[in-house]
Ligand binder design. Structure first.
Ligand code: GLN
Length: 304
């Protein structure tokens, strides 16, 4: 498969499209981004990379970080993690409070905010310094030691994070949060502020295309059975109340973030990341969806 040729074609085609949607503004610091940015990087399991546009520029990965924190917590608790967070699509927006009230403070899945806050709580209980543990893990799987948190973004979200505070408090009232709410929120906002490029992200997500192992060294990061399950959750829950639409149009497990990034995985083949900051009304990158839909159409392969 000539991936570079396909990427070049996609770049050409989407340059003719109107870029719709709006940059996220409920985290004020995120509005400082140039809405016209567009980058894509695909990394294949034979360790070759293909890019176009702003593929090496770092951006705020936001909810994509929920996959990294989930893997760490899954390594810590193994299947006991599912006693604290479920694996059902929510069909609701990422920051919704409604289902928690009826489901005893157990979030529907780890990729909506409530689920990721429980995962952050698990990591806080296990690690002395969870921020450092998460950062080291992400640097290792992406092979880039320069990856870091953006404190400005974290603090900007902290001073406006009313819904996340409400989610954490509601879950605490049900007994599904063990640590102090403010400490967990602080960790969660830092985790979301991680900055990575499309290249970093697609390299990091290659473990999901390669049964939990790094492609360079075959070092095992998560068990193959765990990688399979995280892929299943990405497929069914990675795009909140647009997960069905993403499966329908793209057909790959993936995860989005309100910074405009989307990562998707083709198990056994490649992982791919796209960045374009304008979001559709569900909080997913408008152009990211367009680009990835074209990728699986042009390659002729999705997981379906
Ligand atoms: N930090 C964001 C929040 O908690 C992440 C949301 C997202 O990327 N969907 O609201």
């Amino acid at each position: 498969m000539d991936y570079q040729l396909i990427l070049n074609e996609i770049k050409e085609e989407v340059s003719l499209l109107e870029n719709e949607g709006l940059v996220a503004n409920y985290i004020p610091e995120l509005t400082n981004v140039d809405p016209g940015k567009l980058g894509m990087h695909l990394h294949s399991v034979d360790n070759k990379g293909y890019s176009f546009g702003d593929a090496e520029e770092k951006f705020s990965i936001q909810s994509i970080s929920k996959v990294f924190s989930l893997i760490l917590a899954y390594k810590v608790l193994d299947k006991d993690i599912w006693k604290r967070v479920d694996v059902e699509p929510s069909g609701d927006p990422f920051n919704s409070l409604t289902l928690l009230e009826y489901e005893n403070g157990i979030p529907r899945n780890p990729f909506i905010n409530s689920g990721a806050i429980v995962v952050a709580d698990i990591l806080m209980s296990h690690y002395q310094n969870p921020k450092e543990a998460l950062l080291n893990f992400v640097r290792k799987i992406s092979g880039n030691p320069s990856i870091d948190y953006n404190e400005k973004v974290a603090l900007s979200e902290k001073s406006h994070g009313y819904r996340n505070a409400a989610l954490a408090n509601l879950m605490k009232s049900f007994g599904n949060i063990q640590n102090e709410v403010n400490d967990i929120l602080d960790f969660y906002f830092y985790q979301c502020s991680l900055e990575m490029s499309c290249k970093d992200l697609s390299k990091a997500f290659l473990i999901f295309a390669n049964k939990g192992r790094l492609v360079e060294t075959e070092e095992v990061f998560i068990e193959s059975r765990q990688a399979k399950r995280v892929n299943a959750i990405m497929q069914t829950c990675g795009f909140y109340d647009e997960s069905g639409e993403f499966a329908f149009r793209v057909g790959l497990p993936g995860k989005s973030g309100v910074g405009g990034g989307i990562v998707a995985v083709h198990p056994g083949q490649y992982s791919v990341a796209v960045w374009s900051p304008r979001l559709n009304e569900k909080g997913n990158s408008y152009m990211g969806m367009e680009v990835l839909e074209r990728l699986t159409t042009k390659t002729g392969y999705s997981i379906f």
